[in-house]
Design a protein around this ligand. Structure first.
Ligand SMILES: [Zn+2]
Ligand SMILES: [Zn+2]
Length: 239
């Protein structure tokens, strides 16, 4: 055992880690998701939309219905889990202070989507920010926890505060698709960045209609960053 392994083992004894799927306590120094729970979080496997990565139903072709109707601001994106199978886990991650899930989630993202992410040759990965009021209330930004861990595992640098949430927008889940887009108008500001960035990967917990990614991409384009991709923990939540 290396020193860091021993250290983590002791840390796990003091602060036991919980499994993202069942929330049960994990044995110290071992796996980050129970083996029996791994398959319960369903991976978004083909066929998925070539643009937004959500599941394709029936004979939709290469693009989902949403992407055939609407032009997105991002080039392409992928999500790890099919939303419903991960919904309760993500709820605890966002609202139940289960920040520790980020490591397990990021390991899975790196395993299944690491190739996709590295092939983009992106300059940086950037989390979708929370408004400072919501951040103060929650104490953390779940998208930033993910991007930090993804960056650590993939080696792609993270710029955690490139985007700033300008307005405290209404929670998206209570809004229709049209309302979501309106709700997000000018929601993001791009912080001045001395490095000339060309390609960015946005990170968020859930991809639904793409309204958030589109608005963030629009702000990045205006700031002179032409190529925007995304990765989300789960995709395809019901509208
Ligand atoms: Zn479990
Ligand atoms: Zn799509």
């Amino acid at each position: 055992m290396t020193i860091s392994k021993i250290f983590n083992f002791i840390l796990d004894l003091i602060y036991p880690r919980r499994c993202p799927y069942c929330d049960g306590i994990l044995p110290p120094g071992g796996e980050l998701i129970h083996t029996r729970c791994l398959e319960k979080m369903k991976l978004l496997t083909p066929p998925y939309c070539m643009k937004c990565g959500t599941a394709i139903v029936g004979s939709e072709g290469k693009l989902c219905a949403g992407c055939r109707e609407k032009r997105h601001g991002f080039i392409r994106g992928r999500s790890l889990y099919e939303y419903r199978s991960a919904a309760e886990s993500i709820y605890r991650f966002k609202y139940g202070n289960r920040q520790e899930y980020a490591r397990a989630y990021a390991e899975q993202i790196n395993e299944y989507l690491g190739g996709f992410l590295r092939n983009l040759n992106a300059d940086a990965i950037v989390p979708i920010p929370l408004h400072k009021k919501r951040y103060a209330k929650r104490g953390y930004n779940q998208a930033q926890l993910l991007s930090r861990e993804i960056s650590r595992l993939s080696g792609i640098p993270e710029i955690k505060d490139l985007l700033i949430r300008a307005r405290n927008t209404a929670p998206m889940k209570i809004l229709s698709a049209g309302e979501r887009q309106k709700n997000l108008k000018n929601a993001f500001i791009v912080r001045e960045n001395s490095v000339k960035l060309k390609t960015i990967i946005l990170v968020d917990d859930i991809y639904t209609t793409g309204a958030t990614m589109d608005e963030a991409a629009r702000a990045l384009h205006e700031a002179g960053i032409p190529e925007v991709y995304f990765v989300a923990l789960a995709g395809g939540a019901s509208l």
